[in-house]
Design a protein around this ligand. Sequence first.
Ligand code: IZC
Ligand code: ZN
Length: 418
Amino acid sequence: MQVDTLITNIGELLTMDKAGPVKGADMNDLPVDENMAVALKDGKVAWIGKALDADNITAEKVVDAKGRLVTPGLVEAHTHLVFGGSREGEMALKQQGVPYLEILKQGGGILSTVEATRKASEAELLEKALFHLDRMASYGITTVEAKSGYGLNKDTELKQLRVVKEANNRHALDLVSTFLGAHAIPEEHKDDPDAFLDEMADLFDEIKEENLAEFVDIFTETGVFTVEQSRKFLQKAKDKGFDVKIHADEIDPLGGTQLAVEMGAISGDHLAVATDEGIRQLSKSDTIGVILPGTSFYLGKETYARAREMIDTGAAIAISTDFNPGSSVTENLQFIMTLAALKLNMSPAEIWHAVTVNAAHAIGRGETAGHIRKGGNADIVIWDAPNHMYIPYHYGVNHANTVIKNGVVLYERQEIGS
Ligand code: IZC
Ligand code: ZN
């Protein structure tokens, strides 16, 4: 067989090639293949087998994995990728103990990013988004969900969504777009949130026609949108043919988790303070819990989502960065894997499901991302790690050695020194 690339001498190979989403106890069942090789041709996986059986494969390029770990490219299921400005000034407020929702109430937080995003040109936003995508790629991420939500008016929300579309065209990574027009109540609608939601819902047709987003999301939270408002808004989105997501039970337990289940949402995200009843319903449902422990960490919370309980009672869990300029400022999904180990008590096997197959299903990419499968996309990472347990264990640094997207090397760690 003639191929483009043969990656051989793989110590541990995680193919993650399972019918997903993977739920409950199955998340702890991680097939690990040893002494493997993978052949790539025309951007696809052409062959997977034992390294010893790769003799009859001729490759233009042979990559020696040197006994290291090889996995699918990571899938990042929850980011606020496109934004103007940054919010480093809020760090001092946080140190003084001003809560996240109080900063928002005072017109800061999300609303300060809204101001910066409204001012920024499409070109500026695109350049910033491409920069962050480069960094995500360097950390081993090959598919990224990206939300709007810093426009909060028609023009700027559409501007953000167009930037996601253009970034998807320009950048090697695959983007999946979510309309989060209902992310906060803008100053000019402070007293009439329902009229604001109507304005955002008015965009559904245009977004659909121009294929600007697949999902519609809402921030169901104290001082933002109630469960009732969220239900009505998301029902309108569903009626227009969108799949829905919810920022649910992030700070106050309003019951967003139950609403996500009730609406048949593809995912309920955050779930940091989900109630017993929320967890019970989630575990019986097909809604994927996208847990964002980086946000709990960055907001200085003592309590993290009860992922252990969710998995133990049968839920499918993904984990993601929540990359955004306020409450989780990192592109490093590997660090989030460490938090999942230490703060969510997830096993390495569960964590790998949560950043590959389940994350892919949480953004409607279960068939094309999050696995290494013959005939599938050649989205592959070679790690500077001897095994899959090593990534959550050695924290805060980048372990990606080589990141391949559709068969093309996007990132290679540079050796420094002689
Ligand atoms: O900009 O603070 N939770 N939205 C809801 C966020 C966090 C992002 C932000
Ligand atoms: Zn978010």
